[in-house]
Write a protein that binds this ligand. Structure first.
Ligand code: FDA
Length: 384
C-alpha cells in the first residue's frame, strides 16, 4: 500500500503531525528507532513537561530567518495546545515566566498524543531503523514502505544517549537542502583559568542578569564544578559564540550596597559587606577577585565605585560548552530558506517536509521549543 505520509520521528513534532494528518483522513505511518514514543517529552521539565509558554511569540526564537516561525506560531498557538491539554483533563499550572507544566506527569502528554494518533488511525512503528531513503516516481521509499509525503521530524543531536541523531541533516543534504551549522544550545558553559576565582564555589546559585552580545536574561545562575549553568546561563548560551565574553550582574544595586556598607559597617571587609547580599562562598570569591583587603572605612570612594562597576559587569570568558551531551536543544539545522513557512514543505522537493527541532528554529528555555514542535507539526500535518 502507498501511505499518504510517512513521518520519521515519534517525538513531540512527529506525533502531533501524524495525529493532525491522520484525523484529516490521511493514511499515516510514523516510524522511530526508539522503543518508546516521545522520550524527550517524558524527561522534560523534570518529568512534568513544560509544554508551552503563555508569552510565546516569534521574537523568542533564534533562526537565521527570524520571521520564519511567525506564520506557524500564529496559526497553532500556545492557547490551541493548552485547549488540547484541557480537553484531556490534564491538570496544569504556571510555574514562572509564563511556563506551563503538567501538575501530574509528562507521561500524560505522551499518552494524549498517542491517543490523538489512534483517533487518526496512525500506524506507529517503534524500534524501526531508518537507513536508506529513495525518491522515485513521485514516491518516497523508506524502511520497505512507500509514501506520497515524507516528514522529517527526527529532531537534533542533543542528548545522544537518548537516541538523538543528526539524521535529519543527512536526509536534508541528500535532497539538496542546505543545513545551518548545528550547535549545542540551552547548554552549560565551561570556564578556564581566567575565571579561577569561581572554581571552588560549585553549587552556589544566585539571581543574576546574564548577558552576551545581543541578548540579556534575568534568571538564576548556577556555579558548577566546570563552569556556569542555571536558566540565565542556558538562555545566553544559545546566543554565545566561542571566543566571546559573557557578563553577569550579580548585584544590580552594588553602588548603593557598598556605599551603605562603608557607612554602616566601616570596620568590616568587602567579604562581610557582600555576604549580606550574596551567598557566603560567592562573597569570598568576589572578595578575592576584587582584591580589596582594607577595612571599608579605608577604601576610597573611587575604589568602591570601581568595585561596584565590576560587580555589575562581571566578565567571564567561557572556554566552551558542555556539548550535545548536556544541551537541551540543538540550534541551527535545516535551513528555513528552503522551506515554506506556511506548510514546512521543502520548496524544491514537493512532498518533503521538515518540522520541530530538526530545522533552524530554536526557542528560549521555558516551553518555547515544544510550542515550536506543536506549531510546525500542525502546519505540516494540515497540508498533507
Ligand atoms: P525529538 O528529539 O523530541 O524527537 C525526535 C524523534 O526522532 C525521537 O523520538 C528519536 O528517537 C527519533 N529519531 C532520531 N534519530 C532517529 C533515527 N536515526 N532513526 C529513527 N528515529 C530517529 N522543551 C520545552 O519546550 N520544554 C521543556 O520542558 C523541555 N525540557 C527538556 C528537557 C531535556 C532534558 C531536553 C533534552 C530537552 C527539553 N526540551 C524542552 C526541548 C524539547 O524536548 C525538544 O525541543 C523537542 O522534544 C523537540 O521535538 P522534536 O519532535 O522536534 O524532536
Amino acid at each position: 500500500m502507498t501511505w499518504d505520509a510517512i513521518i520519521l520521528g515519534a517525538g513531540g513534532a512527529g506525533l502531533l503531525a501524524a495525529a493532525t494528518a491522520g484525523q484529516a483522513g490521511a493514511r499515516v505511518l510514523l516510524l522511530d528507532h526508539a522503543d518508546k514514543a516521545g522520550k524527550k517529552i517524558l524527561i522534560s521539565g523534570g518529568g512534568r513537561c513544560n509544554f508551552t509558554n503563555t508569552g510565546c511569540e516569534a521574537s523568542c526564537f533564534l533562526s537565521e530567518n527570524p520571521h520564519f516561525a511567525k506564520s506557524a506560531l500564529s496559526r497553532y498557538t500556545q492557547w490551541d495546545f493548552l485547549a488540547l491539554i484541557e480537553s484531556y483533563g490534564i491538570a496544569w499550572h504556571e510555574k514562572t515566566l509564563g511556563q506551563l507544566f503538567c501538575d501530574g506527569s509528562a507521561r500524560q502528554v505522551v499518552a494524549m498524543l498517542l491517543e490523538e494518533c489512534a483517533k487518526g488511525k496512525v500506524d506507529v512503528r517503534l524500534s524501526t531503523q531508518i537507513s536508506e531513503i529513495a525518491h522515485h516516481d513521485g514516491l518516497f521509499h523508506v524502511a520497505g514502505e512507500r509514501g506520497r509525503n515524507l516528514v522529517i521530524a527526527t529532531g537534533g543531536p542533543s542528548i545522544p544517549k537518548m537516541g538523538a541523531t543528526g539524521i535529519a541533516y543527512d536526509i536534508a543534504r541528500q535532497f539538496g537542502v542546505p543545513v545551518v551549522t548545528p550547535r549545542p544550545a540551552l547548554v552549560p558553559l565551561t570556564l578556564g583559568e581566567t575565571d579561577r576565582y569561581f572554581k571552588d564555589i560549585s553549587g552556589v546559585a544566585v539571581p543574576a542578569i546574564a548577558s552576551v552580545e545581543g541578548a540579556q536574561f534575568e534568571e538564576a545562575a548556577l556555579f558548577t564544578h566546570r563552569g556556569l549553568s542555571g536558566p540565565s546561563i542556558l538562555q545566553i548560551s544559545s546566543y554565545w559564540s566561542p571566543g566571546q565574553p559573557i557578563w553577569l550582574n550579580l548585584l544590580p544595586d552594588a553602588h548603593a550596597v557598598l556605599k551603605e556598607a562603608k557607612a554602616q559597617m566601616p570596620k568590616a571587609h568587602m567579604k562581610a559587606a557582600l555576604a549580606e547580599h550574596v551567598p557566603k562562598r560567592l562573597a569570598e570569591a568576589l572578595h578575592n577577585l576584587l582584591g580589596i583587603t582594607k577595612e571599608l572605612a579605608n577604601v576610597p570612594d573611587a575604589a568602591l565605585e570601581a568595585a561596584a562597576n565590576r560587580l555589575t559587569h562581571l566578565q567571564f570568558h567561557p572556554t566552551g560548552t558542555e556539548g550535545y551531551a548536556k544541551a537541551e536543544v540543538t540550534a541551527g539545522g535545516i535551513d528555513t530558506g528552503a522551506l515554506s513557512s506556511k506548510t514546512m514543505e521543502v520548496k524544491a522537493v514537493p512532498g518533503l517536509f521538515a518540522i520541530g527541532e530538526a530545522i533552524d528554529v530554536t526557542g528560549w528555555l521555558g516551553g518555547y521549543n515544544f510550542q515550536w514542535a506543536w506549531s510546525s507539526a500542525v502546519a505540516a500535518g494540515t497540508e498533507i
